[in-house]
Design a protein around this ligand. Structure first.
Ligand code: FAD
Ligand code: SF4
Length: 463
């Protein structure tokens, strides 16, 4: 892509160009040809590899026969955020990784086909599903991200009156605010929100549970609660200099680029991004597109321990991001005006010893301290847990990870179910949009069972 020159000012046009969706998607001819490569396997392994169990051969067959509504419905039936997932799922580790054609030639491009079908639905304005007959029961959902929307949709299809409480002004969670728009435009996430709203789900935005509405009020008003509040911003690193001007939280940085013209510019700046997960990659590539002259990722371990996916790593390299492995930040250096001028680091080495997490332990190399000259530092070392909210609900947790029954999402309080990032961590799954969507569904089905006495949830019906 063509980036803005570091010497020019950032104009709205340049912003549109740098932050528009990078992947062009398939043409009709390309989609039909790709669909016709599918072997439509009996007992298809890709279905099992998709956390939401989308009937992949079925949606692909419908593309081949030009039934795009049917195709989109097959996808969205299993995955209420299927249009977003088409863009952000690590497909090579999930559905495409399981495709039998991996051994013969190349896997079917399931993500791109999923995008082709769901784009049709987004552009046609069609409403795919309808609400169930009201059953008189009420459910509150805390958080309007993928997990909360998914739970809300399935409950609405079963006739529950659902209210989603969302702290931000727009629902959609990290799909709307956190994942860079050149991979996932906000409009796609907002279409998914609208699909849920059109089922009669009330989405009360700008309302923070525990602040604007109390937990006691929720308990009094609803028959069940789904806690899907995700995680927070990035925790502090705990090193000197974090309050300097030019130090940014990675998630906040990405967020400024999702909602329009960013308030932040990195034109011509040298940027260090601390971390090596999804958030760090998104922050690094975002910094490039915000006009940074040079972006370095700083990570205390090596490439093999980084948690970002391969496709993200490759994308970042293509964008010109540099990687500084085995480098530990010690202090952010500033000038007398309080602006960042450097990042003091120490070189690390692997000892061959493994830590509690099974990964090789890095240790500092004595006397190897150096200062990396930078104008901005972006901290991307994970996300804070929502311990305050969890404790105000009186739920059992492990360092901010809500304890649940993994099949149903039921918490230590039988009235409250939890789903999504708020239950991920410490080996308990991986924070992905598609898993959050499935957990939201699981919580909804468990509530249906608990409140309706149904045995199993064949939920809702299509329009
Ligand atoms: C930068 C970044 C990049 C990522 N990239 C990918 C990717 O490429 N692929 C992928 O699969 N996953 C990716 N992820 C992870 C993915 O975004 C999350 O796993 C997913 O969004 C979790 O969904 P959720 O609904 O649990 O939480 P969230 O999406 O965080 O939604 C939770 C919602 O709850 C709201 N909320 C919080 N507290 C309250 C309260 N007290 N009252 C009311 N509302 C509240 C929040 O405002 C938020 O909207 C990425 C994450 C980040 C941060
Ligand atoms: S939701 Fe994700 S894992 Fe499932 S089929 Fe679609 S792209 Fe693959």
């Amino acid at each position: 892509m063509e980036h803005t020159s570091p010497l020019t000012a950032f104009t709205p046009d340049m912003f549109m160009r740098n932050f528009a969706e990078a992947e062009p998607g398939l043409s009709r001819k390309g989609a039909v040809e790709e669909s016709n490569r599918c072997l439509y396997c009996y007992d298809a392994p890709c279905i099992k590899a998709c956390p939401t169990g989308i009937n992949i051969p079925s949606f692909i067959k419908r593309i081949a026969t030009d039934n795009l509504k049917g195709s989109a419905m097959t996808i969205m039936e299993s995955n209420p955020v299927g249009a977003s997932c088409a863009r952000v799922c690590p497909t090579e580790e999930l559905c495409e990784g399981a495709c039998v054609l991996n051994d013969a030639s190349a896997p079917i491009q399931i993500g791109l086909l999923q995008r082709y079908a769901t784009d049709w639905a987004v552009n046609s304005g069609v409403q795919l599903f309808k609400a169930g007959i009201p059953n008189g029961k009420r459910v509150a959902v805390i958080g309007g991200g993928p997990a909360g929307l998914s739970a809300a949709r399935e409950l609405a299809r079963e006739g529950f009156a659902v209210v989603v409480y969302e702290a931000k002004q727009l629902a959609g969670g990290l799909n709307t605010h956190g994942i860079v728009s050149f991979r996932l435009p906000q409009s796609i996430s907002l279409w998914e929100v609208e699909q849920v709203e059109k089922l009669g789900v009330e989405i009360r935005t700008g309302i923070k549970i525990g602040v604007d509405v109390t937990v006691e009020e929720l308990r009094g008003e609803y028959d069940a609660i789904v806690l899907a509040a995700g995680m927070g911003y990035v925790p502090p690193l705990g090193i000197e200099g974090e309050k300097l001007s030019g130090v940014y939280d990675a998630i906040e940085l990405v967020e400024t680029t999702k909602t329009g013209i960013p308030t932040l510019e990195l034109m011509g700046q040298r940027v260090a991004v601390i971390g090596a997960g999804n958030t760090a990659i998104d922050a690094a590539t975002c910094s490039v597109r915000l006009g940074a002259a040079n972006v370095k990722m700083v990570y205390r371990r090596t490439r093999s321990e980084m948690t970002a996916y391969d496709f993200e790593y490759e994308f970042a390299k293509q964008e010109g991001v540099e990687f500084n492995w085995l480098t530990l930040p010690k202090r952010i250096v500033g000038d007398e005006l309080g602006n960042v001028t450097g990042l003091e680091c120490v070189q690390m080495k692997l000892t061959g010893e493994t830590g509690k997490d099974g990964r090789l332990k890095p240790v500092p190399v004595e006397g190897s301290e150096f200062v990396m000259p930078v104008d901005a530092v972006v901290i991307a070392i994970g996300q804070k847990r929502r311990t305050g909210l969890i404790e105000s609900l009186g739920l059992e947790h492990d360092s901010g990870i809500v304890r649940i029954d993994p099949k149903t999402g039921r918490t230590s309080d039988p009235m409250i179910y939890a789903a999504g990032d708020i239950v991920f961590g410490s080996g308990n799954g991986e924070a992905m949009v598609v898993s959050a969507a499935q957990q939201g569904k699981d919580a909804a089905y468990a509530i249906v069972k608990q409140l309706s006495g149904l045995q199993d949830g064949v939920i809702g019906s299509a329009v």
